[in-house]
Ligand binder design. Structure first.
Ligand SMILES: *Cc1c(COP(=O)(O)O)cnc(C)c1O
Length: 537
């Protein structure tokens, strides 16, 4: 029996470590970045494996007509933050050998992250596969997943890392399983024995409670791209079905898997109940890295209510100045500011609050409610872009009480979650897996106003550390029912408390910080990964 902690290789398509290193798109990457930082801070032996994206994710800005447009500039800084290890590995894509440089990043107080990079002239038509995060569908995406999964395992061998656990964070990394199986088969094991053996060392995290969000590929495409990696069609089908589900493969390749909040684990168990041979799905609730997301003034005064209140007002003033600078809008730091930032997509209902103008507009007119939005639509999601365009329109109508901040990124996220009074979240339940932005706001003294979905099911003490709204009804008329529920809590609780009961508001701020600071920390999350996923008897 070895008593030291197992060394985990953590595979992820994206990492949000710093706003100046644009190799992330959203929550998945922020989570991965926070895990590496907590691992470093609390001495857990985790090594990250990812891709060095030349252009990162879309830089999404608002054009003159008020619509979001995607820009894809080369992110030179991404390379400046990485150190060339001098090592390379190769993978086979289609009929071509593709060389991958291995870079290393450890300057952001993070556990070491190795990034693979195909951006070499010799790779000819495949040199652009690591250009844009999530810019590829079908064949290009498969090529990217070959790099992450198969290239990732090869890089681990090349670097001589002693890995005990392979953690596939989301289905993108599932092809790593084919490489681990192949290694065993090359040592004489048959396929099923090899699969059974590697399974002991693999864990998997699923994130997406939206069925269509779970990627799958036809076996033909996988074969054509070389993703079978020496396995047969029948063997690939056994791993991931036909079409080949990346999540299904993750569930079957692993010894243990998890959803990212209590409710999400339950949703995932229900969603994947028909997958034969899958690993048990437990729940490990996400957490956030506090030195990254909680302002130092708050961290230094965590038990001091007066200081928290005072510091929060400073952060709110800073947010108002920041908005003035980047957007031109002038908010009033003495009036209520509500923040909402997340991917702009229909089920998250970013513009729910605007749906009854006769109810909400008078508050926007007088400025008693000020709303700050941010969020990108997926570059191919026209509906998401319409949602953004509608918010921008609303901001034109109420220039000093509705704001849309373009190109949502770690900087906007940091400013917003530190400075707002209220963090609003109204997804169509149960489609929010966890959500970590609300945790950031809560720890900084912001109050969550949210549907009981994702992490808030665990975190909410209604009227004490924030509010929940809606009765959990799912079905026809759900949007309208949720809208009225939102208005009810907003007008009966939030507004009167903010404007007429400062003491109560300040008590709630303090409770918000106290009730979340330990429980939803990345420290707690990584501890749980070790206890419940990585360590086997
Ligand atoms: C925290 C964060 C996220 C994830 O937050 P959700 O609540 O899951 O939407 C996404 N993007 C940025 C920039 C963040 O800071």
């Amino acid at each position: 029996m070895n008593n030291s902690k197992p060394h985990t290789a953590y595979f992820c398509m994206e990492y949000g470590l710093d706003e100046d290193m644009r190799i992330y798109a959203g929550g998945l990457g922020i989570l991965a970045g926070d895990i590496l930082k907590a691992a470093k801070e609390y001495s857990y032996p985790i090594t990250g494996i990812g891709l060095l994206w030349k252009k990162g994710y879309s830089k999404q800005v608002i054009n003159k007509d008020g619509r979001p447009v995607d820009k894809h500039p080369i992110q030179k800084r991404n390379y400046e933050h990485a150190v060339d290890t001098g090592e390379k590995v190769t993978v086979k894509i289609k009929d071509q050998t593709v060389t991958l440089k291995i870079w290393k990043v450890d300057k952001f107080d993070n556990a070491t992250l190795y990034l693979l990079d195909a951006n070499l002239a010799e790779n000819k038509k495949f040199q652009n596969i690591t250009d844009g995060l999530y810019d590829g569908f079908n064949e290009k995406r498969i090529a990217q997943e070959i790099v992450l999964g198969i290239g990732g395992v090869k890089a681990i061998r090349k670097l001589g890392l002693n890995i005990d656990i392979y953690h596939f964070n989301e289905g993108h990394a599932a092809l790593a399983g084919t490489e681990l199986i192949k290694e065993k088969m090359e040592n004489g094991m048959d396929f099923h024995k090899a699969w059974k053996t590697v399974k002991d060392d693999i864990v998997f995290t699923t994130h997406t409670p939206v069925k269509e969000g779970n990627e799958s590929h036809s076996l033909d495409s996988l074969e054509k791209m070389g993703a079978f990696n020496g396995l047969t069609r029948e063997q690939m089908e056994e791993l991931g079905d036909s079409p080949f589900g990346m999540t299904v493969a993750g569930l079957r390749l692993s010894r243990m898997s998890n959803g990212v909040a209590k409710l999400h684990g339950q949703t995932a168990r229900e969603m994947w109940k028909d997958v034969e041979g899958k690993s048990p799905i437990i729940s490990i609730t996400n957490g956030v890295h506090r030195s990254t997301w909680v302002d130092k003034r708050i961290r230094d005064n965590i038990d001091n209510k007066e200081k928290i209140v005072e510091n929060h007002q400073e952060m709110k003033n800073e947010l108002v100045d920041y908005i003035k600078k980047v957007n031109g809008a002038q908010l009033d730091p003495n009036k209520l500011i509500i923040g909402f930032a997340r991917r702009a997509t229909a089920y998250k209902r970013p513009n729910l609050i605007f749906q009854k103008p006769d109810v909400i507009d008078p508050y926007l007119e007088c400025g008693d409610i000020q709303l700050v939005f941010s969020g990108k639509a997926h570059p191919t999601d026209d509906n998401g872009k319409n949602i953004v365009a509608n918010i921008v329109k609303k901001a034109k109508q109420f220039p000093n009480s509705v704001v849309f901040l373009e190109d949502y990124n770690m900087e906007t996220g940091r400013m917003l979650t530190r400075g707002v009074d209220v963090w609003l979240n109204n997804p169509r339940k149960p489609l929010e897996a966890s959500g970590t932005s609300g945790m950031k706001a809560a720890m900084n003294g912001g109050l969550n106003l949210s549907i009981l979905d994702g992490w808030w099911v665990e975190g909410c003490e209604h009227g004490i550390n924030g509010w929940q709204f809606g009765d959990g009804y799912e079905g026809e008329g759900q949007d309208e029912s949720d809208l009225y529920a939102l208005y009810r809590v907003l007008f009966n609780d939030v507004i009167p408390t903010f404007y007429a009961n400062k003491d109560r508001w300040q008590d709630m701020m303090y409770e918000s910080v106290q009730s979340t600071y330990e429980r939803f920390s990345a420290k707690k999350m990584v501890e749980r990964y070790y206890e419940e996923m990585y360590v086997s008897e």
